[in-house]
Ligand binder design. Sequence first.
Ligand code: PBG
Length: 303
Amino acid sequence: MIRLGTRGSALALAQSGTVADAVRQLGHQVELVEISTAGDRSSAPVAQLGVGVFVSALRDALLAKEIDFAVHSFKDLPTAPADGLSVVAVPGRADPRDALVSRDSLSLAELGPGARIGTGAVRRIAQLNALGRGLIAVPIRGNVDTRLRKVADGELDAVVLARAGIARLGRADEITETLDPLLMLPAPAQGALAVECRADDVELLELLAALDDPFTRAAVTAERTLLAELEAGCSAPVGALAEVAEGDDGPEIYLRGAVFSPDGSQTIRLSRTGTLADPAEVGRALARDLRDEGADQVMGESQ
Ligand SMILES: NCc1[nH]cc(CCC(=O)O)c1CC(=O)O
């Protein structure tokens, strides 16, 4: 019996359940072990709780051998690698875009000045402000269900959430609009999962590697290298999206990146293409380009 550690939220259970099923398909027995994290127990803003609030308890349980592997939302993982652990697989990614869920099915364009839009992420707040439409970003936290309820209750006109999270809960039909990355560049690694186990668990490393999707891993590597090179964390005002496309000399990575000041008054958006063979280099190169254009100063406005 292989023990899969998971947070207890509906989203975490859905994500872990999918991965558990994939491992069962390979002919193994998997048992889910629920672990509560600091991020689940506190209702303080994530930016205050610090990097890794959703993952530390799972990682501690891994190192203590209370569980054998864990599934994380990749975008919640700190960019610094964890000692003794390995991201053994990055399964195929869901739609990475953000989504709008609004009252009366209003589109983003139909939400006028003064509309109250719930989101806790400074990246999303900045991009809503940058539209110059007088939308009011209202800070919210809590699980996907709690956030969606604030629209149903009439407390908010809309919320912006990762499409992947809503879809994994089987509620994609409630999405009013999937936001084009031109307007709302997603968080690095949004929609992707990270499967993590102990770096010395040779047997499990071999078994779980079968779940890896190389294109998703390459895309996420480019996006997260960009984030790391900008020395920014998962709650930083940074958007990134890498796509794999066929180029003249074989498959290429097309990486878009952006940094924002929280009021949306300053934005730097750039993109770069590079070989699929070295996605980290594409991320590093784009980080240099963004820095050259003043990324540190723009993000600094947020501190
Ligand atoms: N920070 C919370 C979080 N972590 C992962 C997801 C959604 C699923 C994903 O991005 O893979 C969410 C909720 C959200 O941003 O709407």
